[in-house]
Design a protein around this ligand. Structure first.
Ligand code: GAL
Length: 382
């Protein structure tokens, strides 16, 4: 869990923004809720590497240097992450790591980096993805520091099959997430929340997911919308409001998927709804459940869907999803979902993650669900 600069700052991030974000993560309670890694995305580096191939910090935007910034972040009880690309350039066109992996891994370790997001932009010099990502994985293994290795290859070459073998800890399964429900024909690239939910299902990759090797459906867009910096960047089209129900659906599914929770909201403008969604303890507990299972779909009936995942102790998390434009009643039962309690349990305890209500049932699970919304339950023995 953590927070990354990209969705809120796009390519315009500065060292001061990162310091302010570190302070805000502490003050808002995000750090204490588990959002521990503060990751600086693209554009922290100078446009060109030094003559010996090493990285230099961006002279105007990151004048104090990365070691100094990492210290500032560590002093606030957070971990520090950084970004590069497995190509000649980052997506913003700054020179990146291909061919300089060991030198860069050593710089990261020296600076106190705890997490590397490794993107797929720039020229690949005819090297395939496994080769390029293994080069950095091996380089990170050789340095004297534990660095979480986040493979951002957009799911192009099925990284869930080889991510672990190149020492990766998580790998993006899909293209860039937009702060919207569904992509439109105008979008040059990027995916809406429901598009990513569908791709996670279609790719049938839950079996590759688990502790120390996670499918990553991309960062969170909760709290963002058409005005956020990434939405305004070239190539993205976000013109519709990203509704509250849609944002709750987004967070619920990422928790059901046991996905990495990397927030990307603008911490300078934290509103109550965003805070309430991102800091929901019951949702976070479902995400962080020790079994680390990626939930899957159990039932479809038109716009009504039922999804679930097994939790530690045989309990279960359940999502009732309404894809339609009108509110609907959705009903399922404990027999349909991934519940593994002993046969003599006749009565089940249900907690509604979003409104905190608790009740018991002898088997039926039901709710009236808003358009594009969910009901999100935890189910156990009564
Ligand atoms: C994309 C990546 C985004 C962000 C961006 C920065 O390739 O998927 O998450 O890192 O590059 O330029």
């Amino acid at each position: 869990m953590g927070w990354n600069t990209w969705n809120a700052y796009s390519w315009n991030v500065t060292e001061l923004d990162v310091r302010n974000a570190a302070d805000a993560l502490v003050e808002t309670g995000f750090r204490d809720a588990g959002y521990e890694y503060l990751v600086v995305d693209d554009c922290w580096m100078a446009e060109e590497l030094a003559d010996d191939g090493s990285f230099r910090n961006h002279p105007e935007d990151f004048p104090a240097g990365i070691a100094d910034l990492a210290d500032y972040v560590h002093d606030r009880g957070l971990k520090f992450g950084i970004y590069s690309s497995a190509g000649t350039e980052t997506c913003a066109g700054h020179e990146a790591s291909l061919g300089n992996e060991q030198r860069h891994a050593e710089q990261f370790a020296e600076w106190g980096v705890d997490y590397l997001k490794y993107d797929n932009c720039g020229d690949h010099r005819d090297r395939d993805a496994i080769d390029r990502y293994a080069a950095m994985g091996e380089a990170l293994e050789r340095v004297d520091r534990d660095v979480v290795y986040s493979i951002c290859e957009w799911g192009n070459n099925e990284p869930w099959r080889w991510g672990r073998n190149v020492d990766g800890h998580l790998w993006r399964t899909t293209g860039d997430i937009l702060a919207k429900w569904k992509r439109s024909e105008d979008d040059e690239f990027g995916l809406g929340v429901v598009d990513i939910i569908d791709e996670m299902d279609e790719r049938d990759i839950a079996g590759y997911h688990g502790p120390n090797g996670w499918n990553d459906p991309d960062m969170l867009q909760v709290g963002n919308g058409p005005d956020s910096a990434q939405s305004q960047s070239e190539g993205f089209t976000v013109d519709q409001p990203f509704r509250e129900a849609e944002q709750r659906t987004h967070f619920s599914f990422w928790c059901l998927f046991a996905a990495p929770l990397m927030a990307g909201n603008d911490l300078r403008e934290l509103d109550e709804t965003t805070r309430e969604i991102l800091l929901n303890e019951d949702a976070i507990a479902i995400d962080q459940d020790p079994l680390g299972i990626q939930g899957t779909r159990d039932e479809t009936d038109g716009d009504r869907e039922v999804w679930s995942k097994r939790l530690d102790g045989g309990e279960c998390a359940v999502i009732l999803l309404n894809r339609g434009d009108e509110p609907v009643d959705i009903e399922t039962s404990v027999e349909t979902v991934d519940l593994h309690l002993s046969d003599d349990v006749g009565s089940y305890a249900v907690t509604d993650v979003w409104n905190g209500e608790e009740w018991t049932t002898d088997g039926s699970l039901e709710a009236t669900v808003d358009s594009h919304g969910v009901a999100f339950f935890r189910v156990g023995a009564a």
